[in-house]
Design a protein around this ligand. Sequence first.
Ligand code: SF4
Length: 367
Amino acid sequence: MSQATAPLPSFFNDAPSDASAHSESRREADAQLFAHAALAVEAAAGVPVAEAVVQSALHLEEVARARKHAHEMNKLSKRLHREVGQAIADFNMIEEGDKVMVCMSGGKDSYGMLDILMNLQKRAPIRFELVAVNLDQKQPGFPEHVLPEYLTQVGVPFRIEEQDTYSVVKRVVPEGKTTCALCSRLRRGILYRVAKELGCTKIALGHHRDDTLQTLFMNMFFGSRLKGMPPKLVTDNGEHVVIRPLAYCREKDLAAYAEHRQFPIIPCNLCGSQEGLQRQQMREMINDWDARFPGRVDNMFTSLSNIVTSHMMDRKLFPFETIKATGAPVKDGDIAFDEDEGCGEPTEGLPAQASVSLSSIKIRKAD
Ligand code: SF4
């Protein structure tokens, strides 16, 4: 990923070695070959091959598969920790002495966020506190024992805030209308209050890269705005700083991590509200692009950190009205007719010989 704008602290930098992956796949291939060869000898020559030999080869294969899986999970874990560390560093999300309120919904993303933050906390060169907070909204069937048990087991300070927003929402919102807007507003207010009561300096939310892209497209398609989901912001009441440490993480990585770590996930449909149709459409569109055009989604995400305001049309961000030619070349300045405008592919990266000097073009006079 190329979002990096600040050097990554060395304690976050733990790239896996390729050598073990290679020997792992060799071992697995050897085990498979051995088992197949033994069976082929038996079939072709009528020579009985001891069952134990075949079994042990198959066992080796199984072991190799398990090792390969462990290696992949190790790589995944390192990637996620690295991405979270990078996001924290890039946006200065956590500072010395911070008390971070980690919002726990019981979904895979919030478990992953807490788990990774707890690991980074042990290795970070700065001291910061974590406190997990869950808002029990009294949705029917909410398994209230799950989070307290988990949080006690992992040894993080926590608070379960019980507020029956479910009944309020059901009472106020007419049947058939979407409940999320009011529910989120109520939840936000309660979490702000809890953060204040706990003396938290940051509120960490578990939104990831896919959430950001979905939000970006929803805002563009339905709200006529180019607006994503910021990795760090000041709350509307001006009292809190919200951070999104998973901002660089892919949803599919977080899902695989949650499965690997066997987090006790609480289903997210207890309120009976369906996920917004628009968000679902955005997710499908982005996943489809990701499957059909590898790299496109990565590039889209990276583009959020490379905005050229002079090439947009927002007069609040660029002073189009007042720009004037100075006669002096502008370093990294624009060319009047972009090479990648209009017809054809972008030409960035063409060899120097591909450019044509105007003086080399013969102009024929009109007859
Ligand atoms: S999905 Fe349910 S819990 Fe989540 S915001 Fe909507 S109404 Fe609230």
